[in-house]
Write a protein of this length. Structure first.
Length: 277
């Protein structure tokens, strides 16, 4: 059991999800939990954006559900944002145009089911109010809403996440195993392979992942390969032909990469890549 968690963490070391609509804001700061800490099992990154500017309006699919508090001048709005939510869906939230700052936790892939009381498949590709997802959620949301400083907000979140993780830490090993296989395989893993490796039927595997991640195995593979493509571009510091990038990311050719990228983002890879400039 411990080995599965170690395997899972190791597979994600080089898989760093990137969100330009947050990171391109001037007043962006983040904190990465220490690798030997309990919270590193749960959290990729803690971040805050002050004087939020949504002009970088493309949210990239990244496999990570986020716990986000949106602060306007009037109040805070706290949500779990699914791993597949789009920027357009976020902009349709009636308060989004008034957001002044954002505090968020980017969860490790597969960890939602270890934390929340709600049925994760109900989150789907949208968002759910924090008050409806957490035990004592309303009280928790109020604490987060009234915390002014980054350190205070993180303390509130970390205390809750640690407690919930310890209560449910042994329930999700098959999910973490599948996530590890898909990420370490750069998204190029078939359901048949997972059947052989786990002893579960394809039908059972699909249900387990849908119930625990809110997305299908196919979606998980597609987004994983897309993020590996983004990571590959960053690793080469932009000095790579798109045709070579496609092959390094495991696509058949550039046309295949173009189709998959457009499906996930509505844009071609060359347009997505501009977000890295």
């Amino acid at each position: 059991m411990e080995d599965i968690r170690k395997l899972y963490k190791n597979s994600q070391k080089e898989f760093a999800p990137y969100q330009p609509y947050l990171e391109h804001n001037r007043n962006y700061k983040s904190y990465i939990p220490a690798t030997n800490s309990l919270l590193s099992n749960i959290v990729w990154e803690v971040y805050q954006v002050d004087d939020f500017d949504d002009s970088k309006s493309l949210a990239l699919p990244d496999l990570c559900a986020d716990i986000m508090a949106f602060y306007t001048e009037e109040r805070a709005y706290c949500y779990i944002m699914s791993a597949s939510i789009t920027m357009q869906q976020m902009k349709e939230l009636d308060f989004f145009s008034r957001v002044k700052s954002i505090f968020g936790i980017r969860m490790r892939t597969g960890m939602l089911g270890n934390i929340f009381r709600c049925d994760i498949k109900d989150v789907g590709n949208t968002q759910i109010a924090l008050a409806d997802a957490f035990w004592n959620g309303k009280e928790f949301e109020e604490k987060l809403a009234f915390a002014d400083q980054f350190s205070d907000r993180w303390k509130i979140m970390s205390d809750y996440l640690e407690k919930q993780f310890l209560l449910k830490k042994d329930e999700n090993n098959i999910v973490l195993y599948i996530v590890d296989r898909i990420i370490s395989g750069q998204g190029q893993v078939s359901v048949c392979e997972l059947e052989e490796q786990t002893g579960y039927s394809g039908r059972d595997l699909r249900k387990i992942m849908k119930d625990n991640l809110g997305i299908s195995i196919k979606q998980l593979c597609e987004v994983t390969q897309f993020q590996w493509m983004c990571n590959c571009y960053k690793k080469n510091k932009g000095e790579i032909l798109l045709s070579d990038l496609a092959l390094q990311a495991g696509y058949y050719d550039q046309s295949h990469m173009n189709r998959c990228c457009r499906k996930l983002t509505g844009k071609l890879p060359k347009n997505v890549i501009q977000m890295y400039a």
